[in-house]
Write a protein that binds this ligand. Structure first.
Ligand code: NDP
Length: 397
């Protein structure tokens, strides 16, 4: 029935491949391609069915076009890095194939966290009758779908949304990042930003703290950050008054990060060293543990959700829609920890919705623009069950 091409054999690529391989009735033939083919072969060796593996430089459009023509997929799942989004979208347009990713495009030289480059493809995808599904990970991704579910089923009017992301996993290292260190550190060392009364308000990194009581985890300090799903949600949830994003960080993580920022190791400006130019953040990535190696060591849970405040049937309502995942359980199933798992499962589900036609719609779309119901049902079925906890709307946060 179909054929999927997965690009990127990191932590997330491993989970997408495992999950697609579990569903042969939807993903009849799978090809996994990445810069380092041995990583694809390693993942292929973990599966109980045959898949193809290929080497590709996803920065190179002609190489991607040749790969797509050779494998003839119906959908490409891009779980390489955000730097490759546009080249892969270009190759999909040239070959007439649908596209899914989990993170917005980033230019190499500036950290922007903006959708504008990808939204600019809207007309080209529409005219070609192709679909690009943007941000089909957990956050962005499931968080957008949680908001669409709240809008459709739980509220008549949504006033505020707080997205809360807790990773309570412990990998035993003094400092490591759970996903690509370049992307992770760029995200957390940037200024915070939230949207209120129609405009963006900027904060210093880690300026605002909220000790939130996460179900299945407990009270954890959470810090206000900018996160990309807010850019589309503030436009697509009618009448929204405020949206913020919070992420938990342990004390050891913040102490190390502050030191790395202060000595210049998180900079993306190239510096000369022994006659060659190096980007400090890229060098830092090379000395930190590979996120893929954290899987067997990580214990504990994640809890990510949307705290939504608004009205239903004339009464105030506040609800926390969330999922909680256990790192060790994720590892037993896919050889990857929960951060990769919570991203890879929704990427598989996004591709599934497109292949089955439930979400297929020409154009470039963010997740909340599509019907949340089939996606929410698949979350429960394929490893990310969710719950809605009613909260007291009169109790201050
Ligand atoms: P990793 O760094 O573990 O893996 C990235 C993979 O992409 C590596 O295998 C790498 O190859 C490959 N790659 C990098 N550049 C190229 C290239 N030019 N051509 C071909 N392959 C390339 O990252 P993760 O798996 O942790 O993350 C994957 C994506 O998921 C990222 O975009 C990240 O931002 C996103 N993400 C989204 C989340 C969400 O909730 N929405 C959460 C977490 C991550 P090599 O092995 O050779 O280095």
């Amino acid at each position: 029935m179909s054929n999927v091409l997965i690009i990127g054999a990191g932590g997330v690529g491993r989970v997408v491949t495992h999950k697609c391989a579990q569903l042969p009735e939807v993903f009849s033939q799978i090809c996994l391609a990445s810069r380092t083919v041995s990583r694809c072969e390693q993942i292929a060796s973990e599966l109980s069915r045959e898949i193809r593996t290929e080497q590709v430089d996803a920065d190179n459009v002609p190489e991607l076009v040749a790969l797509i023509r050779k494998n003839e997929p119906k959908v490409v799942v891009n779980v390489a890095l955000p730097y490759q989004d546009l080249t892969i979208m270009d190759a999909c347009l040239e070959t007439g194939v649908d596209y899914v990713d989990t993170a917005n495009y980033e230019p190499l030289d500036t950290a922007k966290f903006e959708y504008k480059w990808q939204w600019a493809y809207q007309d080209r995808f529409k005219e070609a009758g192709l679909m690009a599904l943007l941000g089909s990970g957990f956050d962005p991704g499931v968080t957008n779908v949680f908001c669409a579910h709240a809008q459709k089923h739980l509220f008549d009017q949504i006033d505020t949304i707080d997205i809360l992301d807790c990773n309570d996993g412990d990998h035993g290292y003094p400092f490591a990042t759970n996903f690509n260190p370049e992307i992770n550190i760029r995200e957390v060392s940037a200024n915070g930003r939230y949207w209120e009364a129609g405009e963006w308000k900027e904060t210093k990194p880690m300026e605002h703290r909220w000790d939130f009581d996460y179900p299945e985890v407990g009270v954890r300090p959470s810090y206000l950050m900018y996160h990309e799903e807010m850019e589309s949600l503030c436009q697509n949830i009618p009448g929204l008054k405020r949206i913020r994003f919070w992420m938990t960080f342990g004390e050891a993580y913040l102490t190390h990060l502050n030191c790395l920022v202060n000595v210049g190791m998180t900079s993306i400006e190239p510096v000369g060293f022994n006659g060659q130019e190096i980007v400090p953040l890229q060098f830092l990535k090379a000395v930190l543990p590979d996120p893929a190696s954290l899987g067997p060591r990580t214990k504990g849970k994640t809890c990510i959700g949307c705290l939504v405040d608004g009205t239903k049937d004339g009464k105030r309502r506040k609800a926390f829609i969330h999922n909680s995942c256990d790192h060790q359980e994720c590892f037993r199933e896919t050889n990857a920890q929960a951060v990769s798992y919570t991203t890879g499962v929704p990427a598989m589900i996004g591709a599934k919705q497109i292949l089955e036609g439930t979400w297929r719609k020409p154009g470039v779309w963010n997740m909340e623009q599509l019907n949340p119901d089939p996606f929410m049902a698949d979350l429960t079925q394929f490893g990310l069950p969710w719950k809605v906890v009613e909260m007291d709307p009169e109790k201050p946060d």
